[in-house]
Ligand binder design. Structure first.
Ligand SMILES: Cc1cc2nc3c(=O)[nH]c(=O)nc-3n(C[C@H](O)[C@H](O)[C@H](O)COP(=O)(O)OP(=O)(O)OC[C@H]3O[C@@H](n4cnc5c(N)ncnc54)[C@H](O)[C@@H]3O)c2cc1C
Length: 459
């Protein structure tokens, strides 16, 4: 019998296992996929010019101390996000780089700044979210504050970029609380040293997970072992896998997104109020298209590769080149409603619409048959996380209207011998890699305390 079984070898599960192991407990990690890392996944380029990060990519070593400590410990190289050059705001499908943000009238700009400052101020306040904000969508919330149409569109863009949903699809309280846990709206949005998108891993972000897995020891991690059922018999927990294996432990830690708890056969059933909130959580449409070129041709036109778009299907893109590896790429986020439609297209059309939008935004020749480099990427990746059997979307589960506040007392709390971790539960950098590590650490210690008889009461 193991002391602790951890289900899932994403960053939260790996950290939970490592924390328990460091406290002297025996652990087994059961992972459905044939790799560790979950929503961090780095694929080597065929050209040999580095990696494409299909999931999480950006970090900030100062603001995210757990990631920072591991980067130092593992000796991982990072690349600063390149900002030199002109960023583009695309307001309509036809608009290219020449439009920029200048299409906002002074009144529209003032309105946007007022609403942004309001959300920033709310997101710096301590304390739990307000019940009244949980019953209203983010879209309605900003309209009630007097948002003009362009401001509402910008808030929708934030929702798409940050969560893969439309602002009309989830609550203002959830959004504000997310900002609160992550040092405010501006830190979430910033690409410089003050924000979450400051650095990337030269060797791919998944190296964080593979190094952490090495600390735990490969013999303790069972890959290609999808968990099917969990039975908590009070004195012990029995976990079975679809591969027909059975594992027994004193405690189990679930690190899969709460949206997926209903896919497991958990006995006895989780308490009704916990099921009510987790059964109704949703994961966003959060997709990436990574377009690799031989040369960073957009820089020659004065662009820095960053653009945001009200129309999509790419709603935001960044230059993700690594100069030393001669890796030149644009990473495009195809999220929210535009991403929902895009993900249903056949692969060649998904590629064509992304390239056409890059051509439009960066003022290149929009004719597919043209000789312009935009139409000749050396590699093209697209990753639709909703199609992933063991993720079903990203970044982190989002609760239904009203549920976040109503069920806060049960959400993420232990039940019998079961503990719950995942970036969704983190009080710091929720939704991020740092959040996954933070939650894993807390959940691992919670299981240690429970085994040593010091635990908080279970539901
Ligand atoms: C496109 C994209 C972009 C992102 N960008 C960033 C970024 O720039 N910066 C940042 O910090 N974060 C980013 N993130 C978020 C970050 O990747 C996640 O917050 C973090 O990796 C989540 O870790 P986790 O352990 O909570 O969940 P997961 O990584 O989802 O781990 C859950 C694990 O459980 C496994 N599993 C599922 N079902 C079963 C089962 N039945 N049995 C056994 N195992 C199972 C899964 O395979 C997975 O390994 C991004 C994510 C995506 C997808």
């Amino acid at each position: 019998m193991f002391d602790v079984i951890v289900i899932g070898a994403g960053l939260s599960g790996l950290q939970a296992a490592y924390t328990a192991q460091q406290a002297g407990l025996s652990v087994a990690v059961l992972e459905a996929r044939d790799r560790v890392g979950g929503k961090i996944w780095s694929v080597p380029l065929a050209s040999g010019r580095g990696y494409a990060d299909l999931g999480g990519a950006w970090v900030n070593l100062t603001l995210q101390p757990r990631v920072g400590a591991y980067v130092k410990q593992f000796g991982l190289d990072t690349e600063v996000q390149r900002l030199d050059g002109r960023a583009v705001m695309q307001e309509s499908k036809e608009a290219g780089g020449s439009y920029g943000c200048l299409q906002f009238t002074p009144a529209e700009k003032q309105n946007l700044e007022r609403i942004r400052d309001h959300i920033q101020a709310e997101s710096l306040k301590p304390g739990p979210p307000r019940a009244q904000d949980d019953n209203v969508t983010l879209d309605q919330y900003v309209r009630d504050l007097g948002a003009l149409p362009k401001t509402a569109k910008m808030v929708n863009l934030w929702a798409q970029v940050m969560h893969g949903l439309e602002s009309s699809e989830y609550s203002a309280a959830w959004f504000i609380d997310y900002c609160r846990r992550n040092r405010g709206l501006l830190a979430i949005r910033a690409d410089d040293a003050s924000g979450g998108q400051h650095l990337r891993f030269r060797g791919g972000s998944q190296s964080l997970a593979t190094h952490l897995a090495s600390l735990i020891g490969p013999s303790h991690i069972h890959l290609s072992t999808p968990v099917l059922s969990i039975t908590d018999a009070k004195t012990h927990v029995t976990v079975t896998s679809t591969t027909g294996q059975t594992f027994v432990s004193r405690k189990a830690i679930l690190s899969i997104p709460s949206t997926m708890y209903k896919e497991l056969n958990i006995q006895p059933n989780l308490p009704p109020r916990l099921r009510q909130i987790t059964d109704a959580t949703v994961l966003g449409d959060y997709n990436k298209a990574i377009v690799c070129y031989d040369r960073p041709w957009w820089r020659e036109k004065g662009f820095n590769g960053y653009f945001a778009s009200f129309e999509g299907p790419v709603i935001l893109a960044r230059d993700t080149s690594v100069e030393s590896a001669r890796h030149f790429s644009l990473t495009c986020f195809v999220n929210g409603k535009p991403g929902r439609f895009w993900s249903k297209l056949p692969p060649h059309e998904r590629r064509a619409v992304v390239l056409r939008q890059l051509a439009t935004v960066f003022n290149a020749d929009t004719e597919p048959g043209s000789n312009h480099e935009v139409w000749k990427p050396i590699e093209f990746f697209d990753q639709i996380w909703q199609h992933e059997r063991f993720s079903r979307g990203a970044l982190a589960p989002i609760t239904a209207l009203g549920h976040y506040v109503e069920f806060a007392d049960v959400y993420g709390k232990p039940v019998g011998n079961l503990h719950f971790v995942g970036t969704e539960y983190s009080t710091e950098w929720k939704g991020y890699m740092e959040g996954a590590l933070c939650s894993g650490e807390v959940g691992g210690l919670e299981a240690v305390d429970a085994l040593q008889g010091k635990g908080r009461a279970s539901l």
